[in-house]
Design a binder for this molecule. Sequence first.
Ligand SMILES: [Fe+2]
Length: 367
Amino acid sequence: MNVLILADVVARPGRKVVLERIQDLREQYRIDVALMNAENVAGGFSITPSIADELFAAGIDLMTSGNHIFAKGEIVPYLKRNPRLLRPANYPPATPGSGLFVGEIRGFKTAVLNLLGRVFMPPVDDPFRVARECVKSIPDEVKIRLVDMHCEATSEKYAMGWFLDGKVSAVYGSHTHVQTADERILDGGTAYITDVGMTGSYAGVIGMNKEQVIERFIKIPARRAEHASGNVGRLAEEIAATYKFKQPVFVAEVDLQTLLQIKQQDVLYRPLPVFPAIVHDVSLLVKRNLTFAKIRQTIVEQNFELCRKVEFVDVYEGKGVSDDKRSITIRLEYRSNERTLIDEEIDAVHNQILKALESNLGVRRRV
Ligand SMILES: [Fe+2]
């Protein structure tokens, strides 16, 4: 008997070639049972009911899937009613659909098991434990037993091959979209290949637009993920219905540690100034090694009541200034929170500042 396994069929290019060629392939290679992995078939993610109908009508007998199968909510009712579209068997027990098919395909008693790996993949139940239970449940008279191990790591796929060796007809890997060259018959008689590859466009990166994939590697998404603190949303009605929830259900996933850090921060505020500020620029003759930072520090440390800001304006060296000195112009901003200041008040503070600079740093006003 001949089994055709089409690797991950990706988006329209993959779909188109399957629809156009499946009958020719069936005839050419005298195919008895034709399987394909459908998890990327609708725009690269999951599958829709109409696409599934189209592929079954064209000559596909059964479809396995993987981690993207629930990316399109509309497929959930279809999964529940169509045993020939599988989702991975090691999703939690309440997940809609089935991961194991046991029945007749074109007159052949056949079992197909779909598993999802756990290395570099979203968290799921142990595929080895689930595989053991599922294989145990297959009646002895079902001799054609095919296992799609959908996962990233070659070691995990190979381990599954040996784990089921002698218990199933074939263990084949999917998901990486790159076919491996390690096909073999294992010691117990099970056919094995780490990945069956992809049916899709080879002009891109594993079937997807190459420019967009490169952008994802080198641009914003990685940075945005660093600051994610959670998600919130309403559970899709289809999924809520499978749990028999009567009310709308909202689901939130939050990073508690990030939220607690935000909560612990004291909120500080200062009212916006009501009264106008008065600004005085002053040029100072300073030694060449004296910095504006030091001047500013000297003023700020003395905490002059009405002085709100000290800013750098300009530096000058040259004619009119001796070689061992330079002129630094600073801007002093004066303001009161209670009243509009009068000249006498400002002059008094301004002179105190100049005196402090002279006594502490030897700085004189340039006139
Ligand atoms: Fe996948």
